[in-house]
Design a protein around this ligand. Sequence first.
Ligand code: KIV
Ligand code: NA
Length: 278
Amino acid sequence: RKPVTTAKLRKMKEDRNPITVVTAYDYTSAMLAEQAGVEVLLVGDSLGNVVLGYETTVPVTLSDMLHHTKAVTRAARTSFVVADLPFATYHGSLDQTLRNAACLMQEGLAKAVKLEGGAEIVPAVRALVQAGIPVMAHLGLTPQSIHQIGGFKVQGKTDEQAKRLLSDAKLLEEAGAFAVVLELVTDELAREVTDALSIPTIGIGAGASCDGQVLVFHDLLGYAGESHPKRMVKEYAAVGDVIRGALQHYVQDVKARQFPAEEHTFHKPEEVASHLYG
Ligand code: KIV
Ligand code: NA
């Protein structure tokens, strides 16, 4: 496969070829997603929830994002890596916004950044695009503003909110965004936005008419240990159960002195050396 580019993603929309996006936070999972044929790896600030154990994405810092972006880009060969700009890192001066995004690209080797918000972030989007930084936008439910929104609810419900979201999407396209994530919006509104834009829409809880779909790695694998998975998530595996079971087995084996067995054991020093260095 040739490396995925923003031009390729736009072409995929034209061809009605659905774009697959999954979040990734570390080397091994990014490698697996790459091998599975995922086109875009999103180093989402959802790592605050599923990797770092925070309640929201608000505490996630630029240095957290950089740390995980580096791990993901070391595994990415042909997939396109987008890194989230975290909470309040693109609302100060354009100069500071540019420096923060440049950090994720120059040190983290991300190919693009993602920003949450509508009309109010258009100047930031424009400045980044002018500096050669591809920008993915994010509308609908924007988790970094959760304390302002007041809860995880479907967005764009009233006519006025829906109009606003559509006009935000158009402004972001005009400002140069190469794609827009739509999170928790009705199928009907997502379809309208998708039809109105020439850049791809990537949905999460936004119905089937978006140009692509994104899910959180831990959610789609049943890794996060949620007793009631969110409605927008399909669990393709129960990896959490598999891991817990394997760990329980390991604990039992060690307690019963079943592990290590003879085949895991060295007797001569030369064996150790040849195994480690040979
Ligand atoms: O951080 C994240 O995982 C995201 C996706 C849900 C779009 O922003
Ligand atoms: Na995010």
